[in-house]
Design a binder for this molecule. Structure first.
Ligand SMILES: Nc1ncnc2c1ncn2[C@@H]1O[C@H](COP(=O)(O)OP(=O)(O)OP(=O)(O)O)[C@@H](O)[C@H]1O
Length: 602
């Protein structure tokens, strides 16, 4: 191990430690000064506004005080951020070093960490992994490459690339990497145990993943990627990247993540804090619709039986008769040749201009009569919400970026609704078209303007051993020949009769800190099995529990997106997995949950 690298770490660690002490003291001083200033201001007491010159003097002194307060606040905020960064970096100051040659023959050394850190003269001691120059690291090789900064392409040669395993002041391992050797750190990380939720992947992000994380050319990014290719990981790294890129204008409150259920939200909770960012809001689609419904005075409990697909078409055609419930004079503000949508939007603007907007927007139109007029049996509450959003050209302003995981599970209505409501937000949508477990498949990109959408693919599967990856690939339809494994072969999946589950589980070579996931076809079957295995944990979609070491039991729908050291799939030969439409998709999802071992019971 290089002495000079060990020494460099000591120096940085010392600096972080002493900065933590100094900044803590400085913050205490600043609070003291703030208290003193508050006291002084309140003792100066009344405003003297007697004569004109008294007024000027009073205002000048208020101005001076305000400046002092602003200065104190700014110093306080800077110290708080710097202290947080120093504390965050202390356990692992950086994870890599690059030697770069910008064409002048000089070798410039750059250390990369999860956040950036400078000395008092703003020289970079540690570069943030999201900084433009850090892109050169994610080319994952030495040699000529380039990165984008301020709209320019900067060519650079990566002379050397080292990765470090660091524990506080101790440099535990240095790994020199280049194209020929591959990424031994990646293989190490992938071989580790899955004893809880998902982990951040900053140090080992691969080139195809980096391209998605940093994609900036389009406001909408759609990713179709094979099982275990890091879609969720990439989505979360991209959240952190976007927060960095927009750090002057966005906070985590500007970001919303749509997840399939609360159990999944819990599974990914912790990744963003591990990246130094606060947890953004995550919710399910049905909760999202419910909360938007409430804003429009509609209590929506289901999206079932909706007519969004039909409505999206109907509103593009003209409708000569005034829509039921709408004032005649509002509808005649537009031409009979215009589409219903255009006419309703104009009617709404006109009603607004003349001060006749409805008090309760949910009662604006006569929904049953309008349904009849449009040739539909009914307009559900969800249909009504969709129409109201379209007719009032409602644009939400709370979310600057929306991230959607497991996107293949959403039907056409979701995309129509999201594109209407989040028209002005940046969207990142990740999914796997082969992991759809129910309903009609849609091509997501059809709902977005191709000129503003980047469609990207992930074809390498990182999660499982080579044997498991090869096994689940056979159920992946058109992905089958695309899926690439990075891990070594490992042990082949085994199929056995489910005669004695307890003995089978006892025979698994799992250690106490490893997780076993037993996947059942239904929630009912999972609950019944959990009764028989008192030491096992039952995971339901409600989000109260997530993966832990030992035995976890869960239905396939909840297991989606999750992973275990060992996966045991029950009823492998039963009708659930033989279903002509979804059987292969279900097998593909189930067989891709184990990282080291896969057992199929029948
Ligand atoms: N570059 C990487 N470095 C380290 N680990 C990685 C990397 N990419 C993916 N992984 C690991 O591979 C596993 C699968 O990742 P993830 O769950 O994000 O994949 P996915 O494509 O969302 O899977 P699924 O299709 O099952 O939802 C995780 O353990 C993740 O940490």
């Amino acid at each position: 191990m290089s002495q000079s690298e060990a020494h460099h770490l000591q120096v940085i660690y010392q600096r972080l430690t002493s900065d933590i002490d100094r900044l803590t003291a400085q913050l205490a001083d600043l609070s003291q000064s703030a208290r003193a200033m508050k006291q002084q201001l309140s003792s100066e007491g009344h405003l003297d506004l007697g004569t004109f010159s008294d007024q000027l003097e009073t205002f000048a002194s208020i101005e001076a005080n305000n400046r002092q307060i602003d200065t104190l606040n700014a110093r306080h905020d800077t110290a708080v951020t710097r202290l947080a960064h120093a504390q965050f970096l202390l356990p692992q100051a950086y994870f890599a070093k690059l030697q770069l040659d910008f064409g002048d023959g000089d070798h410039e050394a750059l250390y990369l960490g999860k956040v950036g850190y400078t000395d008092e003269n703003t020289n970079d001691l540690i570069y943030d992994w999201r900084a433009p120059v850090a892109d050169a690291y994610y080319a994952n090789r030495t040699g000529a490459t380039s990165y984008q900064a301020n709209g320019r392409t900067i060519p650079v040669t990566v002379v050397s690339r080292q990765q470090f395993i660091i524990d506080h002041a101790t440099l535990q391992q240095t790994i020199d990497t280049d194209a020929a050797i591959g990424d031994p750190l990646l293989l190490d990380v992938l071989a580790s145990n899955r004893s809880g939720g998902l982990q951040e992947i900053t140090a080992t992000i691969q080139q195809e993943q980096n391209a998605i994380i940093r994609e900036n050319s389009q406001p909408t990014v759609i990713v179709d990627g094979v099982a275990g290719s890091g879609k969720t990981s990439v989505l979360l790294q991209r959240v952190a990247y976007q927060l960095y890129r927009h750090r002057d204008s966005w906070t985590p409150a500007d970001i919303l993540i749509l997840t399939p259920n609360a159990a999944f939200s819990r599974y990914i909770r912790g990744v963003l804090p591990a990246l130094g960012e606060a947890e953004p809001l995550s919710t399910t689609y049905s909760n999202l619709v419910g909360s938007w419904g409430r804003r429009f005075g509609l209590t929506i409990s289901t999206t079932h039986g909706n007519h969004l697909v039909e409505l999206a078409e109907i509103i593009q055609a003209p409708l000569s008769k005034t829509p039921a419930g709408l004032a005649e004079d509002a509808y005649v503000q537009s031409s009979v040749h215009d589409s219903l949508l255009t006419r309703m939007q104009r009617a709404w603007r006109w009603l607004q201009a003349v001060g006749r907007l409805p008090e309760d927007v949910s009662q604006w139109l006569d929904w049953p009569a309008l349904a009849h007029q449009l040739g539909l049996a009914e307009l559900t509450l969800y249909d009504q919400l969709y129409l109201l959003i379209r007719f009032t050209t409602y644009q939400q302003t709370t979310t600057a970026a929306l991230f959607v995981d497991e996107a293949q599970d959403y039907a056409a209505d979701t995309w129509l609704f999201l594109t209407a409501l989040y028209h002005n937000a940046e969207l990142t949508i990740v999914g796997d078209h082969r992991q759809r477990l129910a309903g009609q498949a849609v091509t997501i990109s059809d709902y977005f303007d191709p000129a503003k959408t980047a469609v990207l693919h992930l074809t390498t599967s990182y999660r499982a051993t080579g044997e498991i990856t090869q096994f689940f690939a056979q159920f992946a339809g058109d992905w089958q020949t695309t899926i690439q494994a990075v891990q070594a072969a490992g042990t082949p999946p085994r199929q056995l009769a489910a005669a004695d589950l307890k003995t089978t589980l006892a025979d698994l070579p799992a250690t106490t800190d490893q997780s076993i996931g037993i996947l059942t076809p239904s929630a009912k079957a999972a609950a019944e099995l959990a009764e028989r295995l008192p030491n096992a944990q039952l995971i339901t979609s409600d989000g109260t529990r997530t993966v832990r070491p030992g035995i976890n039991i869960l239905p396939l729908t909840v297991a989606k997106g999750l992973e275990f050291d060992f996966a045991v799939v029950t009823d492998w030969e039963a009708s659930f997995y033989q279903d002509p439409q979804f059987g292969n998709n279900r097998r593909y999802v189930a067989a891709s949950r184990g990282t080291k071992g896969l057992l199929l019971l029948h």
